[in-house]
Write a protein that binds this ligand. Structure first.
Ligand SMILES: [Zn+2]
Length: 309
């Protein structure tokens, strides 16, 4: 029993390492794109979003490590119209949150209370995993403890960045992690989705508290917002159809996995079969170069399988 557990862990780790080897470089660039009237982004691992108001600028996600964080803070300063700098993070994973040390000390850091708790509980383990990746390690060298937030909120915080630019920070339930945050820029109808809605990317539950069934509930709550733009962290900007595509993909694979599990198919055979289905039915996802989608199917199917009772 114990031997099998070790083997399984090793395989999971190797699969994850293989996936990391294909991740885009964590080094961000200062090249910005204007997404909508108040929203700018830098494309990279991850995409970082800047919401610019007359009084304050809100940055969403930090980049991996202090140097990337400092670059993001520089871009924010360049874009800013007002003196205040606010920072929030879509989830606690290092490429989204571990660049906070590069921001000026007066930056106001705000995140859901549950996200801070999850960072304190699981942050170190995820950090070790990233530090073991040859690609991520250099950006994290010498990184000390991450500073705590200035403001936390339970389920929603509303910010006013000046000139009527209102932004809703929302925690709607577990998904990719136990504490994903979604950000809605109201006048632009722009929804910043973290890892919860991507553009043709196989989703992953990457925290002990994450869950696909809860993820589907979160997606259902996003539909009524009717965003004009959906801005994901690891893939291209799209419209509201990304939300329904994300939900349809999870539901499709979930029901196929449930049928296989009911008929006694092992999880490793399910991975093989559903990867074949993926290649045939989701060829445009397979071809998406934003993410190593084929590698991600193993973790995706295993997690779906584990959740089916
Ligand atoms: Zn993540």
């Amino acid at each position: 029993m114990r031997y099998h557990a070790v083997v399984r862990l090793t395989i999971a780790f190797l699969a994850a390492t293989a996936a990391y080897a294909q991740f885009p470089s964590p080094t961000l660039t200062e090249v910005t794109t204007k997404v909508s009237e108040h929203v700018f982004m830098t494309t990279g691992f991850p995409n970082v979003v800047y919401v610019v108001g007359n009084a304050a600028t809100l940055v969403v996600d930090t980049g991996l490590g202090t140097a990337n964080g400092a670059l993001v803070a520089r871009v924010a300063k360049r874009l800013s119209k007002g003196p205040k700098l606010l920072l929030t993070t879509t989830h606690y994973h290092p490429e989204h949150a571990a660049g906070v040390g590069g921001f000026p000390p007066e930056t106001i850091l705000i995140r859901p209370a549950v996200q801070q708790q999850e960072l304190e509980k699981e942050g170190e383990q995820t950090m070790t995993f990233f530090k073991n990746s040859p690609q991520s390690a250099p950006s994290l060298q010498g990184l000390g403890p991450l500073r705590p937030p200035d403001i936390t909120f339970e389920s929603e915080a509303k910010l006013e960045l000046g000139g009527g630019l209102t932004v809703r920070l929302m925690f709607l339930g577990a998904g990719h992690t136990a504490s994903d945050e979604l950000i809605f820029v109201e006048p632009d109808r722009a929804l910043i989705t973290g890892d919860i809605v991507q553009n043709k990317v196989v989703p992953s539950v990457a925290s002990s508290g994450g869950s696909f069934s809860s993820w589907l509930t979160v997606l259902d709550k996003l539909v009524p917002l009717q965003p004009r733009l959906v801005i994901p962290t690891h893939s291209k900007v799209g419209d509201a159809s990304l939300i329904t595509s994300e939900a349809a993909f999870i539901r499709d694979m979930q029901s196929r996995a449930a049928a296989l599990k009911r008929s006694g198919v092992s999880s490793s055979d399910a991975v093989t079969r559903l990867t074949e289905v993926f290649k045939t039915n989701y060829a445009d996802w397979v071809a998406n170069t934003d993410w190593p989608n084929l590698n991600s199917m193993t973790g995706f199917v295993n997690r779906l399988y584990a959740e089916i009772r």
